[in-house]
Design a protein around this ligand. Structure first.
Ligand code: NAD
Length: 298
């Protein structure tokens, strides 16, 4: 299939490379020359604008930082919607607010292009390995059309409902993840301070009702899980600044809907504090550093 791909960063670069490996022809665009060089080396044809990348494509996929980039890439004069042929599906895999996803979906529908929001989980490792999970907001027919394309980049595809519901699933999951990580950090630190062996505490939690992904797979206390970022000074993993972005999306969406998110708002402030201390590049489990006596140095 001929695929137009725009946004070749940490996620989009390896996703486009996997589409090429799966036998698709990819025409790619990014603003950064180094990202274009890498795509070319992987076998992509380069385009000079989002519009040019969309021209002649049978599917267009975007993987951009945030809503303002998505709006520009779709709606500008040299954007995707100006170049894409009528009837060709367009897919945005960036993590953005559900309202912007709906807006882009409406603009696409007006000119006869089906739109899916399809944010992912699995991080850079999943993007490289082709094991991402796609949370897709699309009607059933579009979902089935996209399945073979998405399966070149991921292992699980879940249809969440109509346009915007993929983003809703993504931000609700990350709201919970951000909160649960803080809960585990708090419990581990309290246990340490009160005098229980942290490894013993973790093993109790992980066979008890407190167990969750943040406790058994990505425990924030160093040395509990060998493969967790906490055991390598919080390098790699899911950056605290990205978690802060996703919590911002959840809190903003909640405000629009007048739905209280007590814990989410507090979690947002805690990751903001981590970011303010220059720790935003660390894995988000580094939130445990806020519990140290001299915050910033555990
Ligand atoms: P990134 O910043 O590494 O990549 C984004 C790319 O988009 C960059 O190469 C940038 O040059 C390009 N870009 C920006 N504006 C553009 C424009 N107008 N035209 C063309 N290209 C443009 O970000 P990333 O880590 O790849 O994340 C992409 C999206 O995926 C984000 O929404 C992020 O929240 C989400 N996400 C990231 C992860 C992760 O672990 N990195 C995990 C899940 C979801």
């Amino acid at each position: 299939m001929r695929i137009g791909f725009i946004g070749l960063g940490h996620m989009g670069g390896p996703m486009a490379a996997n589409l090429l490996k799966a036998g698709h022809a990819v025409t790619a665009f990014d603003l950064v020359p180094a990202a274009l060089d890498a795509a070319k080396a992987a076998g992509a044809t380069l385009a000079a604008s989002p519009r040019a990348a969309a021209e002649g494509a049978e599917v267009v996929i975007t993987m951009l930082p945030a809503a303002q980039h998505v709006k520009a890439v779709y709606l500008n004069d040299d954007g995707v919607l100006a170049g894409v042929a009528k009837g060709v599906p367009v897919v945005d895999s960036s993590t953005i607010d559900p309202a912007t996803a709906k807006l882009i979906g409406e603009a696409a529908a007006k000119q006869g292009n089906p739109f899916a929001d399809a944010p992912v989980s699995g991080g850079v490792v999943g993007a490289q390995a082709g094991t991402l999970t796609f949370m897709v907001g699309a009607d059933e027919a579009l979902f089935e059309t996209l399945r073979p394309v998405l399966s070149g980049m991921g292992k699980n595809m879940v249809r969440c409902g109509e346009t915007g519901t993929g983003q809703i699933a993504k931000i609700c999951n990350n709201l919970l993840l951000g909160i649960s990580m803080i809960g585990v950090a708090e419990a581990m630190k309290l246990g340490e301070t009160l005098g229980i062996d942290p490894a013993k505490l973790a093993s109790i939690v992980n066979t008890s009702t407190g167990r969750c992904w943040s406790s058994d797979t990505c425990n924030p206390y160093p040395g509990i899980v060998e493969t967790a970022p906490a055991s390598r000074d919080y390098a790699g993993g899911f950056g605290a600044d990205l978690m802060l972005k996703d919590l911002g999306l959840a809190v903003d969406a909640a405000r629009g809907a007048k739905q209280p998110v007590f814990m989410g708002a507090l979690a947002q402030q805690l990751y903001q504090s981590m970011s303010q201390q220059g720790l935003g590049g660390l894995d988000f489990s580094g939130i445990i550093k806020l519990y140290a006596k001299n915050s910033g140095a555990q």
